[in-house]
Design a protein. Sequence first.
Lengths: 194, 194
Amino acid sequence: MRRPKKERQQALKDTIRDNPFVTDEELSVEFDVSVQTIRLDRMELAIPELRERIKHVAVKTFEDEVKSLPIDEVIGEIIDIELDKKAISIFDVKPEHVFQRNQIARGHHLFAQANSLAVAVMNEELALTVKSELQFLRPVTAGQRVVAKAEVIDSHPEKNRAFVKVVSAVDQVTVFIGTFEMYRMTEQSEGDEK
Amino acid sequence: MRRPKKERQQALKDTIRDNPFVTDEELSVEFDVSVQTIRLDRMELAIPELRERIKHVAVKTFEDEVKSLPIDEVIGEIIDIELDKKAISIFDVKPEHVFQRNQIARGHHLFAQANSLAVAVMNEELALTVKSELQFLRPVTAGQRVVAKAEVIDSHPEKNRAFVKVVSAVDQVTVFIGTFEMYRMTEQSEGDEK
DNA sequence: CTGATGTTAGTACCAAGTGCTAATAGCGGG
DNA sequence: CCCGCTATTAGCACTTGGTACTAACATCAG
């Protein structure tokens, strides 16, 4: 099934994109040409060798991993915090956070930033969200920086409850408001921080 | 700065964990021992060679990519959907979704599942969340499967608005309730039911 | 002094290439 | 039918980052 050069090169591109882990040897079998032809094709198409391809994928993952680690704790970056009072975090909206269609940030990212900030501002290691009311006032698009300000507006330590209000803004314009009823998981016997 | 074997091997492990892209050559310089010693150390510690390490990272990323693609669209997996009426999705809570401390799922994951399901059930490509009220009734822990059921309870096509109620349960027990006011971004020009 | 442990050196070999030269095949036009 | 062109194939030297193995030390303890 020898196909003409151009067609083969297109197929080659696709094959390697789908599976970067394939060797020239394997490709030569698949396309029924010599290894050298595969190499020439790769050169013409500027496709790097197997090891470089793999490395590229790995580096990408590695960088992503570093990026997603802090995300696990708090979505966005906390730039100011006063425990039990208020906190501020920023979150840069990237292409992966938006609907492809219209570039508008998906609601759960704004929620995640606000909610994790609400958790962080509580002077508790184990705060849980009980209830919450959200308003998505304006769409946020990729490239924008969301500044979320959380404020503890009402605290009932005896009931292990607190209310946190989070207001998020882009360029001073409010885009999101959320109120969170939080539950403190630790009893108010002090000093059992860990 | 030659340290005893044991100490060096521990440091070696850490170094490679932090940066899997380092060669034996570079390590031998860093620890001021011969390349052979590094190789012996790696063998004792069962650490694979550079290329295998890189490949491992790459494969991981590659698999994750496949996994995270649908996640970008809908958090959880849609198992049933009737456009403009109702939809069901399941979401398996994994270790990365919970607080390390108490294994309880972070709120924004439950929200994300519910919110993206609310978006999906709308018979619109471009639905946005306007307002939302949430109740986190019971904590969800790693290993549990959350089944979210979304229902369009009120639709005002003329105002481009709709209300969606999502109830999430683990083993038939309700753990989360959310109501979402959604905005349809497209004009209701045609009756394109599907 | 002997032995065990740890370290270093050196060789052969491997995979998956690059870079280069040279031969050959196939085909189209004049 | 031959000329020239492109495409393909072959072969060789060399590269990286190793494995596998052997052999030579070094150091210290008993």
